[in-house]
Design a protein around this ligand. Structure first.
Ligand code: CDV
Length: 316
């Protein structure tokens, strides 16, 4: 008997700066109903789904920054989404900006929660790889200030849920093989990844034509190398004058795309995913116990950058 999960992509089109949370949550609830009608067990929403992608603006004042963050999850405005999920008996993954007060000190994260079919939060992930910069850089067409507004997370946990082993990541994480491998080593069978990716990459505009290709390349490689399903979900389209890629898709452990969005707006796409299909990869080509050689991988955790001395000579 195979273990199946019906997964819905809950791709969002643009969210404008003045759009209220209730407005966006209404869109998400409409998509949740559609996902349920298509027999989905879970719907995956993008990174920072509740608001516009605010790190594209430089802000200094705490009150101005704070307006983008959720102090509670669920909170007053997100409660209706949780209530509907409970009524429909459907799970979800939600990316949002999290503010946590710990020992009287405020901490800010780019986070995602995994919510089960009873609307209980069963997992929280805090983005590890924060791209961009921390100071105002006026030469850019638009800012990407994730390093200013968020602290990085420090782990990639997995959770036993939805009849399998589930993992989470956010946007830039998907470009790093370590993201998938750390979860692969914990037996991840399905990894959910919400993202906001502008077509234009200010430090490397040569990449602009390849933005969509690099998205699928990363998702497909991560899935294949670890014998797991990967679900990538965009906030797509022209948001506040900035074009963001779509390309939301569900990738099988074979590396094949089995379902994909065809628009850059709100769109629901469902795939029937066999979690046992992971085994054909996890037990053969990527049987970690048999074939990995961790003794040869020490540079991975020992160094942050290239293993060269400052003068370019090889480190011994
Ligand atoms: N939200 C992101 O993490 N975006 C980055 C952009 C800045 C390149 C990404 O990796 O898609």
């Amino acid at each position: 008997m195979s273990r199946y999960i019906n997964v819905a992509i809950g791709q969002l089109g643009p969210v404008n700066r003045e759009d209220s949370r209730p407005l966006v949550i209404n869109r998400m609830m409409k998509m949740m109903r559609e996902a349920k009608a298509l027999a989905a067990d879970i719907i995956i929403y993008p990174e920072l789904a509740l608001t516009t992608f605010f790190p594209r603006w430089y802000m200094e004042k705490e009150e101005e920054i704070d307006q983008w963050f959720e102090k509670d999850m669920p909170g007053k405005e997100t409660n209706p989404l949780f209530s509907l999920a409970k009524e429909l008996k459907i799970g979800f993954y939600l990316g949002y900006a999290e503010k946590e007060i710990k020992n009287g000190v405020a901490h800010y994260y780019n986070s995602a929660v995994l919510v089960d079919k009873n609307a209980d939060i069963i997992g929280k992930y805090r983005k590890v790889h924060l791209p961009g910069h921390s100071e105002h850089e006026p030469w850019r067409r638009f800012q990407h200030l994730e390093k200013r507004y968020f602290e990085p997370g420090d782990r990639f946990p997995v959770w036993s849920a939805f009849n399998g082993v589930m993992g989470m990541a956010l946007c830039n994480d998907r470009r790093w093989p370590e993201t998938y491998r750390v979860m692969g080593l914990q037996g991840a069978e399905m990894i959910f990844i919400g993202y906001n990716t502008p077509v234009h990459n200010a430090p490397a505009p040569q990449h602009d034509d390849l933005s969509l290709f690099h998205n699928t390349l990363s998702l497909q490689a991560g899935a294949y190398h670890n014998g797991c399903w990967v679900v990538g979900v965009a906030k797509a389209g022209c948001e506040e004058g900035i074009e963001q890629i779509g390309g939301s898709c569900i990738v099988a452990p074979s590396g094949e795309v089995v379902a994909a969005c065809i628009t850059k707006g709100d769109e629901v796409v469902v795939a029937h995913c066999d979690l046992d299909f992971c085994q054909i990869y996890k037990r053969t080509t990527f049987n970690f116990d048999l074939h990995r050689q961790p003794h040869a991988y020490k540079e991975i955790t020992q160094y942050k950058g290239e293993t060269l001395n400052a003068d370019g000579s090889l480190r011994s």
